[in-house]
Design a binder for this molecule. Structure first.
Ligand SMILES: [Ca+2]
Length: 467
């Protein structure tokens, strides 16, 4: 009898595969076009390239938008709760998070690095947390970090002599090393970069000559009209008109920061490769948003153009196709449900994201048929895979781009008579989808202001209206 019980249990064990581990690395403000293996001829990202060769890279993964200038906050709330922009709690307290669900499913859960959704949601999401950066923007060489105590409280903030991203990587490596295989693990490392200020440790050897960096194909000295957020903090990082030289200088520092982070990714990949769980670990790399950096005359991510909304998204690991690209469209808030499916973790009841694990096996599979985006009540957009419509309710203006012929959104077709029907249909669809998602903002504002914009001679200060 005992033997029978033992044999049955053993065969059950043999039949159910060990759930894979997850190593998730999340960057901050990294454009999707800043990876060498995905087509950037200037930047050096040997470790991301190495990850790309092992897995599936989404070329059309997007963050959905923001309700304020600091889009880091809603982006992370969307990612971790798998809820859409109109339905998030930015403090991550109202809905169970996916990392918590991984913990409930028997995973050891860990985070290090940037956490901008308020300290109370850290213990609600993760069992362990180190080198947490819970403040606002800071020089990453002087950013104060805290660790989470077993009580869920944070230790007093301390300044590490290391770069914040290096310190968070060190802590992630220590966590990986501490794993004895008794449980699967979910590790989430959130870099504070390449968000500005673009600061790397002194003496970091990779450098880019600004003159060698091509301007973005959609570079402009100034955005052609008032998008409602022309002088937000990020837009003040460079003067108007933006000059090619200033943009190239900024991109050289931005690329250098990305190369530095790529080195941290390499340390993680090396550790996973050398570990006993190498074959059973899924590695994911993504970022909370893109950023303009001179595209369309903009610098920040408070706009709905592709450069600001599209994010890198790479999956590699067991059961995932090797060295493939997919054009399947998805939101960042679909990533955790997809990982949940791969790991056999049940979705939290409030999770809204889709799971696209089929794309990871067969990259020609579609994911979402269309996407909607929003930035405050000022900008709303619909992307159906080929056509993209952006609506600016406050100036009663619409843009239409054929992303297939014009991926850099240079040629606005909204006023072309042959596109009138399409504009009408897409506006109607955008309105319907916003309503279905719970976004009650109008597509034409009650008060229409002028779309003309003149760069201010004197910049507003923090706290002023419009900053
Ligand atoms: Ca960000």
């Amino acid at each position: 009898m005992f033997l029978l019980w033992f044999l049955t249990l053993s065969s059950l064990r043999a039949a159910s595969p060990v759930p894979p581990n997850v190593v998730f690395i999340f960057a901050d403000d990294q454009r999707a076009d800043t990876i060498a293996a995905l087509g950037n001829a200037v930047i050096k990202t040997p470790n991301l390239d190495r990850l790309i060769k092992r897995g599936v890279s989404f070329t059309h993964a997007y963050m959905q938008g923001g309700n304020g200038g600091a889009t880091c906050v809603p982006s992370r709330a969307m990612l971790l709760s798998a809820r859409s922009l109109a339905n998030i709690d930015e403090k991550l307290m109202k809905h169970e998070t996916w990392p918590h669900a991984f913990g409930e499913a028997g995973y050891a859960t860990f985070t290090a690095g940037k956490w901008h959704n308020g300290p109370p949601s850290i213990p609600k999401s993760f069992q362990q947390a180190k080198a947490l950066f819970v403040g606002g923007m800071a020089n990453p060489l002087k950013a104060p970090t805290s660790d989470m105590l077993p009580t869920g409280k944070l230790t007093p903030a301390k300044i590490s002599p290391k770069h914040l991203c290096e310190e968070a990587t060190d802590e992630t490596l220590a966590f990986l090393k501490s794993q004895d295989g008794s449980k699967p693990f979910f590790s989430y490392l959130a870099f504070d970069g390449p968000h500005d200020p673009h600061i790397v440790p002194e003496g970091y050897p990779v450098k880019y000559d600004p003159a060698s960096i091509p301007l973005p194909p959609n570079f402009l000295p100034q955005h052609p009209f008032n998008n409602g957020e022309m002088v937000v903090r990020d837009e003040q990082l460079l003067k108007w008109p933006r000059t090619p030289e200033a943009v190239q200088e900024m991109l050289s520092e931005y690329y250098r920061y990305i190369s530095f982070l790529d080195g941290q990714v390499g340390r993680i990949l090396d550790a996973v490769d050398a570990s006993p769980f190498a074959a059973n670990t899924i590695v994911v790399y993504s970022a909370d948003s893109g950023v303009a950096r001179g595209s369309h005359g903009l610098i920040g991510k408070q706009n709905l153009y592709e450069h600001s909304m599209r994010v890198p998204l790479i999956f590699a690991g067991p059961g995932i196709a090797i060295d493939q690209r997919t054009t399947a469209m998805c939101y960042l808030y679909d990533v955790m449900p997809t990982l949940g499916k791969l790991c056999g973790v049940t979705a939290p009841k409030d999770s809204q994201g889709g799971e696209f694990s089929a794309v990871l096996k067969n990259p020609s599979q579609p994911a979402r048929p269309f996407l909607i985006f929003g930035y405050k009540s000022l900008q709303k957009a619909l992307n159906d895979g080929r056509w993209k419509l952006i609506r600016y309710p406050h100036i009663n203006r619409t843009q239409l781009f054929d992303l297939q012929a014009d991926p850099h959104e240079l040629n606005d077709l909204a006023a072309a008579p042959e596109q009138a029907e399409r504009v009408k249909a897409m506006l109607a669809k955008l309105g319907e989808e916003m309503k279905a998602d719970g976004d009650a903002d109008p597509l034409t504002a009650k008060t229409i202001v002028s779309g003309e914009w003149v760069a201010p001679k004197k910049l507003p200060k923090p706290g002023d209206k419009g900053f």
